[in-house]
Design a protein around this ligand. Structure first.
Ligand code: TXA
Ligand code: MG
Length: 336
């Protein structure tokens, strides 16, 4: 990044523009939270429905506290341990937070990203930046500056901060207090696991209760499909048969799927599938997550017309793999 890149980004943000911002998880599409036109532009640029709320990115804890109605003790402990880092807290929102950010919910998502450029941009803007992942709605998230360029056909100014180190989106955790008990709801899995969170909070003698996300309003981003690459991804779990058998079965099954599910376009072939590309992971879940989205994009550009992932339950054991597997389930058109 050059000083000119940063200045251009700040100018755009000040004039209701949006900017591609590197973070440690994935690239974000940022606007100032005090610029409603900029916030609207995030949704129109991404073709994202207005019911899906945005995460606010802060440079420090005091900016975060100003966005929340209350600051539970658990929030204090979690942010001290995991910020800057891939943990988004969903807290009751302060009255001042624009409903465009929260889609009219009473809660707001907040995180401090662990990337020097993002932190510098927020500091110099002197105001937090709202940013969803910088991809078209439902599509694979970007983990390099050139992915963002491809997503928006060069129409968005992106600050190049190199490839993202984490590679999948932050853990999203709802935190609220009810009569002395801290109630936690995991809304999205990520690099920071519930086990990390539980261990830390119990070491501070916090009384915890875990809840499952119940209604859609509480967890608007929990769509069944998301992160989809350009060609169908087939997640093979239980299918007895070779790769040609997978392709043949996919040809039978894919055309029965609806064109879209919950507004997300399902990747379906227009002609019978013929040429597969294969997704394989590194053995370490951190490395595997780092490369996942780049791999999905690269495999989509090989000339193959579908991607086969053969799940290896022996390799992918334990909580550290869950965030990645959740992305793969949602990115796949079909599970066999
Ligand atoms: O790692 C990340 O979190 C990246 C980088 C750019 O920070 N951002 C990101 O944003 O993944 P996005 O918008 O693609 O995903 C945010 C998720 C969505 O599923 C959204 O529904 C959920 O967080 N979310 C945001 N605010 C919420 C709220 N108040 N209540 C419930 N869910 C919320
Ligand atoms: Mg996203």
């Amino acid at each position: 990044m050059t000083p000119a890149d940063l200045k251009k980004a700040l100018d755009l943000l000040a004039h209701d523009g949006v900017v591609g911002m590197p973070t440690e998880t994935v690239y974000g599409l940022a606007a100032r939270i005090d610029r409603p036109e900029g916030l609207r532009r995030i949704f129109t640029t991404k073709e994202r429905p207005f019911f899906d709320p945005l995460i606010v990115h802060v440079a420090n804890v005091s900016q975060a506290r100003a966005l929340a109605k209350e600051w539970p003790k658990a929030a204090e402990i979690l942010t001290r341990a995991f910020w800057p880092g891939p943990l988004t807290l969903i807290l009751n929102k302060a009255d001042s937070v624009n409903p465009l950010i929260t889609s009219g919910l009473e809660t707001v998502g907040i995180r401090q990203p662990d990337h020097p450029i993002a932190l510098e941009l927020i500091r110099q803007a002197s105001v937090p930046l709202a940013a969803p992942s910088a991809n078209r709605f439902g599509h694979t998230s970007p983990t390099t500056a050139s992915h963002v360029q491809e997503e928006f056909r060069g129409q968005v100014h992106v600050i190049d901060g190199g490839p993202c180190q984490v590679g999948i989106e932050s853990t999203v955790l709802r935190v609220c207090e009810e009569r002395g008990t801290t109630v936690l709801t995991l809304l999205r899995k990520g690099a920071i696991t519930l086990e990390h969170i539980r261990k830390l909070l119990t070491s501070y003698n916090i009384t915890l209760r875990f809840e499952e996300p119940t209604d859609r309003k509480q967890a608007p981003g929990q769509l069944k499909h998301h992160y989809m690459p350009d060609i169908p991804l087939i997640f093979v779990e239980d299918f007895k048969g070779d790769n040609d058998g997978v392709t043949a079965e996919a040809n039978r099954r894919l055309h029965e799927l609806p064109d879209d599910i919950e507004g997300v376009k399902i990747r379906k072939p227009t002609r019978p599938l013929a040429k597969a590309a294969f997704l394989n992971f590194q053995k370490d879940p951190i490395m595997a997550a780092r490369e996942l989205y780049s791999q999905l994009r690269d495999l989509s550009a090989t000339g193959a017309d579908h991607i086969i992932y053969r799940h290896d339950p022996v390799l992918c054991q334990g909580e550290a793999w869950e965030g990645l597997l959740d992305r793969l389930h949602k990115a796949s058109s079909l599970r066999l």
